[in-house]
Design a protein around this ligand. Structure first.
Ligand SMILES: C[S@@+](CC[C@H](N)C(=O)[O-])C[C@H]1O[C@@H](n2cnc3c(N)ncnc32)[C@H](O)[C@@H]1O
Length: 225
């Protein structure tokens, strides 16, 4: 198929270029259909519990929503990988922070038939999109400066440019893994595209905890503190 410009694919454009901040989490075992029990998110869900927490941490505040942030879950588990669920904080509605409600809300998108062809995208509810594709596709579609959150990276707090990106409104993408390490080919892909590996401290955190800390750094940079 000849490449189609993003500008001619409205769902893709809205899903991947609508937000300044983007958190991308790779769910290596996360189910790609809706046939798993809400009572067993860590087991048969393939760690959908952790992904739900990542969505909450990315876009929900105590009394509001981060309208400048999207989260993209790269789902690589059975039976129909790869798929990407994107949630736009600026557009999504009816989200609750508890894991079961969040997964129930997002899981509906996995019922929607999706062509096998790469980069077909469906707008399943306001601000929620399901796209056929994997990590390489997200990287191409978000198409912005990339950072891999990694406990062995350079300290994120010491980097001087967060304030600058805030002033310029520069889009940013942050890549995280689920409860397992990034695979070697994923690391190579991210390195190959020039992503910077940054650490939020010496302890290994849950992915959702790393997202909260990264938001804190960006919030402070935006306020010049
Ligand atoms: C539970 S950790 C991944 C598993 C971990 N690498 C291990 O040893 O099993 C989930 C993700 O959170 C992020 N993360 C965890 N600790 C971090 C830290 N100290 N700094 C930056 N990111 C971190 C990374 O993206 C990591 O892939």
């Amino acid at each position: 198929m000849a490449p189609v410009p993003l500008s001619e694919m409205p769902d893709l454009r809205e899903a991947f270029t609508g937000s300044r901040k983007n958190f991308i989490i790779i769910g290596h075992r996360a189910r790609t259909d809706a046939l798993f029990s809400l009572d067993d998110l860590p087991g048969t869900g393939g760690r959908w519990d952790g992904l739900a927490r990542c969505v909450s941490a990315s876009i929900l505040l105590s009394h509001g929503v981060r309208k400048d942030t999207s989260v993209h879950l790269v789902l690589e588990g059975p039976p129909d990988p790869p798929k990407i669920i994107s949630v736009s904080g600026g557009r999504a509605k009816y989200m609750n922070p508890d894991e079961r409600s969040m997964v129930a809300y997002l899981r509906r998108g996995l019922d929607t038939p999706l062509p096998k062809r790469a980069l077909m995208s469906v707008n399943v509810s306001p601000g929620v999109f399901v796209t056929r594709g994997g990590l390489a596709d997200v990287m191409d579609l978000v198409f912005t400066r990339g950072f891999v959150l990694d406990e062995n990276g350079n300290s994120a707090c010491d980097l001087p440019f967060w304030r600058d990106t805030a002033v310029k409104g520069e889009p940013l993408a942050f890549y995280l893994s689920d409860d397992t390490d990034l695979m070697e080919e994923e690391r190579s892909l991210l390195k190959g595209k020039g992503s910077t590996f940054i650490s939020l401290g010496p302890k290994v955190l849950h992915a959702y905890q790393a997202i909260v800390l990264m938001h804190s750094i960006l919030d402070r940079a935006e306020q010049g503190i």
